[in-house]
Design a protein around this ligand. Structure first.
Ligand SMILES: [Fe+2]
Ligand SMILES: [Fe+2]
Length: 454
């Protein structure tokens, strides 16, 4: 069986759908062009300094790092305020990384759509959205860098390794293997490129013009491995998927299921900042700049989410049905996304659904910083209390999880090419269990304690 051939390789009669996508995109793009939210963000960013915003909550109390934990209960009012600001820092640090990858993959996929008639409008929109992301990233960096320095100090408080621990040897081995890997990177790059071209050979006439430009300039395709994608997909595999997203219209559309997931997670907590802004405005109270930036960003991102939904849910149907290979790749991407980006239930950072192990260095850094000024043993003691036992934070997090799961299920249930495990969002749904999250945290924390300096 030739897995590279589409069951129906001719373009189907989707005239009505095509018209709908053109119309929805036109309206969405026009509304975005006519708005001035990005300009407002740029202006706000320029006037930010932490000292003028540090006396106010930037969002609801539950939008605080380690909210609802025993540590939060024991924290002073000024520490609670700082944890509220660090929540903004923690989330927008991730968003900045995710939006950097959006800029990149918008170009990769637009390079596919641009070769097909009727899609110039989508390409212009994607280009405009990428430009907006540049301004967003700049503003986030400016605000979270100043805030981080003000609260945690300039000193790098990253993890120091305990030289006596067995995990230290694992780290050394890891470094050696990374060194060895660097030798084989060129070979790996060519192999992945070859593999994607072979698997998708029936679609090569839609090879991304962006990738073609890179090929001509002999520049490698960088797989941006930070943000939502990097959390879920190992770097070499991400590079392979990047070639795939830039090689077939179906897979180019499928990338937008991922972008839609990132939009969903963001909107789930950013909407709280939106409401907080509205309440402050109504009561004519002082509005902290980060709250206002989140408010306008939420408005900008609503256009982006509409685009993601349009491409992920509707536009893929306008192209030839996916081949067996394309379906496997699409399902693998979706599966990894569920597992790595939506499969966790961190009790200390409400609104994020990655596994809490990835947050542990951040918590440790906060506890060791001048903000809490804890010796290593005390920091680890509090981390154990906050991560390995049930508390209110987990219960609030569960509500966020259910909301995001409902939105994602709405999209996934409509994608006929997904396997049941993906179409029914089974991994994300299973990740919503508090007892499972705590069980995972206990294992991860024991490993973390091994490598932290004591
Ligand atoms: Fe953005
Ligand atoms: Fe966006």
């Amino acid at each position: 069986m030739d897995t590279t051939q589409a069951p129906n390789s001719g373009k189907q009669d989707y005239t009505k759908l095509e018209k709908r996508h053109i119309k929805v995109n036109e309206i969405n793009y026009r509304n975005n062009l006519e708005s001035d939210y990005t300009e407002k963000i740029v202006t706000l960013e320029k006037s930010f300094d932490y000292a003028s915003n540090n006396d106010h909550y930037w969002g609801k109390p539950e939008q605080s790092v380690l909210y609802g934990t025993p540590l939060y209960e024991a924290a002073s009012e000024s520490q609670k305020l700082a944890l509220n600001h660090l929540y903004w820092v923690g989330h927008y640090d991730h968003i900045a990384a995710a939006e950097a990858s959006t800029i990149h993959y918008n170009q990769v996929t637009a390079g596919v759509f641009s070769q097909i008639g009727d899609y110039q409008g989508i390409c212009s929109n994607l280009k405009h959205e990428a430009e907006q992301e540049k301004s967003h990233i700049h503003a986030f960096h400016h605000i979270f860098s100043k805030t981080k320095i003000a609260l945690l100090g300039k000193r790098t408080m990253g993890l120091k390794l305990n030289k006596n621990s067995s995990s230290h040897q694992n780290w050394s081995q890891k470094l050696i293997s990374e060194f060895q890997q660097s030798f084989s990177q060129n070979f790996q790059y060519d192999a992945l490129r070859f593999l994607s071209k072979t698997l998708l050979k029936s679609q090569t006439y839609h090879y991304s013009s962006y990738l073609q430009d890179l090929d001509e300039k002999r520049e490698p395709l960088t797989a941006l491995s930070k943000g939502a994608l990097g959390m879920a997909i190992p770097s070499p595999l991400l590079q392979f998927f990047a070639f795939c997203w830039g090689s077939s219209p179906f897979l180019a559309c499928q990338y937008y299921t991922y972008r839609y997931a990132a939009n969903t997670v963001l909107k789930n907590y950013e909407h709280n900042y939106f409401q907080h802004f509205k309440e402050l405005e109504k009561e004519e109270k002082f509005t902290p700049i980060p709250t206002a930036v989140s408010y306008y960003h939420c408005l900008d991102e609503s256009f982006h989410m509409t685009t993601s939904q349009l491409i992920a849910r509707d536009m893929y149907k306008e192209f030839p049905q996916p081949t067996v290979s394309e379906k496997v790749i699409a399902n693998l991407v979706f599966y990894l996304m569920q597992r790595g980006f939506l499969g966790g239930l961190p009790g200390g950072l409400i609104g994020s659904f990655v596994h809490e192990s990835s947050m542990m260095p951040l918590y440790y850094r906060i506890l060791r910083s001048p903000l809490f000024d804890m010796p290593a043993q005390e920091a680890l003691h509090w981390m154990e209390k906050c991560l390995c036992h049930e508390h209110q934070g987990f219960h609030v997090q569960t509500q966020y999880h259910q909301r995001a799961l409902k939105t994602m299920s709405g999209l996934a249930s409509s994608l006929d090419y997904l396997w049941p495990i993906n179409r029914e969002m089974r991994i994300m749904a299973a990740g919503g269990s508090i007892s499972k999250a705590i069980e995972n945290n206990i294992k991860a924390f024991n490993e973390f304690r091994e490598i932290a300096v004591v």
